[in-house]
Design a protein around this ligand. Structure first.
Ligand code: GLN
Length: 234
């Protein structure tokens, strides 16, 4: 393989609802076609995270219980994660991971689960209710449509400097009110889509890999990777 990218799978042993790890497999699938070797490492409770050690990060979703455990631990990684994000490091965060990158999440039992405030959104809870079902959104800049399955209690409200990943065409999205789904901040892509999101939305996988490649190999000719055809799978 011509290139190599180092991927941090944040708390992959705790936050992996509905096969979120499939996102790593999809990244590997497209990376291979781009002549890129992916070296993946789970960064969990006992591991240190250093921004300089990684080119890409993935953060999955989970139950409130696991989220609370991660919420305490991730405060120790806050500085380096923020550094990674502010420097333009590409990251994909799903559901619980998305919530934990923000300011806080009020769990289903009313408990306040602190995030790391790397992104300015916050998440409230619904009383005895979850948003569950198929969802379709459209990114307002590229026109790309993304398809997925959402299952969350949280109601997320975007903050300053955050854009939605897409406008809700069908389903609930961030909060069921403002028509937004997910978030984009610098090169961080957040979404409530499980399923996993990249399996049905290969264009997003390609985008993340290209951002990572351009940062790691600024002078390389990445034509082959840029021209990779992604066939729609939904
Ligand atoms: N526990 C969070 C919620 O219910 C996240 C769920 C998830 O990751 N699927 O909103």
């Amino acid at each position: 393989m011509k290139y190599q990218l180092r991927v941090a799978h944040l708390y992959g042993d705790l936050l992996n609802t509905y096969g979120d790890i499939g996102n790593i497999l999809v990244l590997q699938y497209y990376a291979k076609q781009m002549n890129v070797e992916l070296i993946t490492k789970v960064i969990s409770l006992d591991d240190d995270f250093q921004a300089a050690d990684f080119d890409l990060a993935f953060f999955g979703g989970g139950q409130d219980y696991e989220q609370l455990i991660v919420s305490h631990n991730i405060q120790h990684k806050k500085t380096e994660l923020t550094k990674f994000i502010e420097a333009g490091g590409p990251m994909l965060a799903i559901c619980g991971g998305y919530q934990l990158l923000g300011e806080y999440y009020i769990g289903a039992k009313g408990e306040k689960i602190a995030g790391i405030s790397a992104l300015p959104h916050y998440t409230k809870s619904q009383v005895n209710h979850r948003f569950i079902g198929d969802i379709e959104i459209q990114n307002q800049e590229t026109g790309q449509k993304y398809h997925g399955f959402e299952n969350h209690n949280g109601l997320t409200y975007l903050g300053k400097n955050e854009k939605a990943l897409g406008k809700v065409l069908s389903g609930h999205g961030n909060n069921g009110q403002d028509g937004t789904e997910g978030a984009i901040y610098k090169n961080v892509y957040c979404s409530y889509f499980h399923g996993p999101i990249l399996a049905r939305n290969g264009e997003l996988a390609k985008r993340l890999l290209l951002i990572a490649l351009k940062r790691r190999y600024p002078d390389a000719d990445l034509n082959q990777a840029e021209n990779l055809e992604i066939s729609p799978t939904y």
